[in-house]
Design a protein around this ligand. Sequence first.
Ligand code: PMP
Ligand code: GLN
Length: 400
Amino acid sequence: MPDPRHARRIQGLGTTVFSRMTALATEHDAVNLGQGFPDEDPHPALVEAVDRAMRDGHHQYAPGPGVPRLREAVAAHQQRHQGLVFDPDTDVTITFGATEAIAAAVLGLCDPGDEVLVVEPVYDAYSAVIALAGGVEVRVALDPPPHGAPDTGWRLDPGRLAAAVTPRTRLLILNSPHNPTGAVFDTDLLDAIAATCVEHDLVAITDEVYEHLVYDGRHVSLATRPGMEARTVTVSSAGKTFSCTGWKVGWACARGELSSAVRATKQYLSFSGGTPFQHAIADALRLPDAVVHEVADRNRGRRDLVVDALTGLGLPTVRSAGTYFVTADLAPVGFDDADAFCHWAPGAIGLAAVPVSAFVLDPAPVRSLVRLAFCKRDAVLAEGMERLAGALTGRSTSRP
Ligand code: PMP
Ligand code: GLN
């Protein structure tokens, strides 16, 4: 029953699947492969940088668009990694994580009734903020890998995206590397998406928070594709790149009226936040690339550990090209309903995961798929795999 005091725009938002699964993990002291956050500390240089920022007296409000030296560091980062040129004074806005950047962009660019394209499985924050803006979410489904053929990976048919455009379509939100599937969209696909945006005069908001966690292939920003530079709001954050998800330092890079829409909105969401963390990330972005590569290399090893273990247990598992996540099919080992499994497993076998059905409207095609986060220490992952093996070999008695 909706709460009669709740505004219509928040009815249906509920509690995020990540919070719900982490609550179950905590209640049962389970290995938490549900919510995507690392269980290791950031590089010591980052901790020292926050400490220094605090001792240097950076305790008060940052300027609304963010501390200038961080905006400069973000602009330099975008140029170095993607060849994109942004003016730190006008085009770069520091936000409270990527989440606030996406919220500011959607609220600033979407009128009630406008259609916003998203790729399904969809990260839940997009649907929520489109609802807050009064927009109409239009989902374009990725194809799951055919049963038993995980090597195919998840695929986006660009023709399906183009076919979803109507005269009301205003925005596209694109997430690559993609949560929850781990897909990394290649240049051909990005070019096809860019052509659709240009043909229909769409603005793209890209969520690139996993840009440095790519294990196969390479990350390419949509803004680099033909015609996209002036029609894209490029969003990312430091949380995944530097293993500091709780610091919530993010950014939006865009030109002209796209940037002014983000800034106009962001000033009334939080104004600014986390001044010492902004200074620390300014320092972090100037560290040698080896610091970032180390995080990615460790996560590549963890991905392989989990994929090999799951495959060995008989679960077809996609070897994700990027992100913190793999998707695995429980059907061949007798669990047809991943949602039931994810509610049962924390208490029964001490393991938390997230059902892929939480990211889609029609659960049927993904009913038996789970998302597992591998951004955890090897010993934790090994324990999680051991607990799952116990469930499959009947060492745990009950089943959902
Ligand atoms: N986008 C995606 C695809 C995510 O997985 C997450 C969560 N890690 C976020 C955005 C949130 O990023 P931030 O913590 O920087 O707000
Ligand atoms: N992005 C993280 C995930 O997908 C969760 C962040 C959150 O809890 N909002 O697990």
